[in-house]
Design a protein around this ligand. Structure first.
Ligand code: GRF
Length: 201
């Protein structure tokens, strides 16, 4: 399967996918990495791996719809089977949401604590358990059907950074496992239920 991965930051989830996909048996390879900004470690990781990259900055376009069209075109050039949002900090709208199957990872147990500050919000709420979630992204914010989740215990003395780092250890493994299964086994979505495996058996 052909993966296009979108990043906005350090790209450690991307790195986990780069490392896993180096093995043919994984069943997926990253054909391009896209970002909404220049100069981030995620793009450097792709370049070091010899993966083509592209950047579409929102301020370079006359409005949000023009940016959405531009980034969808860049993604489509690489003919992805799956688009992986790995720490991508923009909500993609049309035409991406209807053109691609997009897999998103979020550092909280959705539907709790959606949005850009899931770790901070969970900590502030005082939960004793949080975690990470892999969803099929829809047009909303972290609102698509859930594919996989794993819990992470909040420790006394945790701050946003220590908790997020501990979540990311689990998140990177969950994302790699889930993307690999989607790529190798296929999936079907019925309402809010994602079932792995090819439909019709
Ligand atoms: C991940 O925890 C992701 O879920 C969140 O931001 C983090 C990105 O980390 N949106 P990285 O860029 O993959 O290191």
């Amino acid at each position: 399967a052909r993966l296009v991965v979108l990043v906005s930051g350090s790209g450690t989830n991307l790195q986990a996918l780069l490392d896993a996909s180096a093995d043919e048996a994984y069943g997926a390879r990253i054909v391009a990495v896209g970002a909404d900004r220049h100069g981030i470690e995620g793009l450097a990781r792709a370049e070091r791996a010899g993966v083509p990259t592209f950047v579409e900055r929102l301020p370079d376009h006359e409005d949000r719809a023009a940016w959405d069209r531009a980034i969808a075109e860049r993604i489509a050039e690489h003919r992805p089977d799956l688009v992986i949002l790995a720490g991508f900090m923009k909500i993609l709208g049309e035409p991406s949401t209807t053109s691609f199957t997009m897999v998103n990872t979020h550092p909280a147990l959705l539907p709790s604590f959606p949005g850009a500050h899931g770790v901070r919000d969970a900590l502030a709420y005082g939960v004793r358990v949080t975690g990470c979630t892999v969803i099929l992204a829809d047009a909303g914010v972290d609102s698509g059907p859930i594919v996989a989740q794993e819990a992470v215990t909040v420790l006394d003395g945790d701050d946003e950074e220590t908790l997020h780092e501990r979540i990311k250890v689990v998140e990177r493994r969950l994302l790699v496992e889930t993307v690999g299964r989607l790529a190798r086994e296929g999936w079907t979505v019925t309402g809010r239920t994602v079932r792995l495996g090819r439909s019709g058996g």
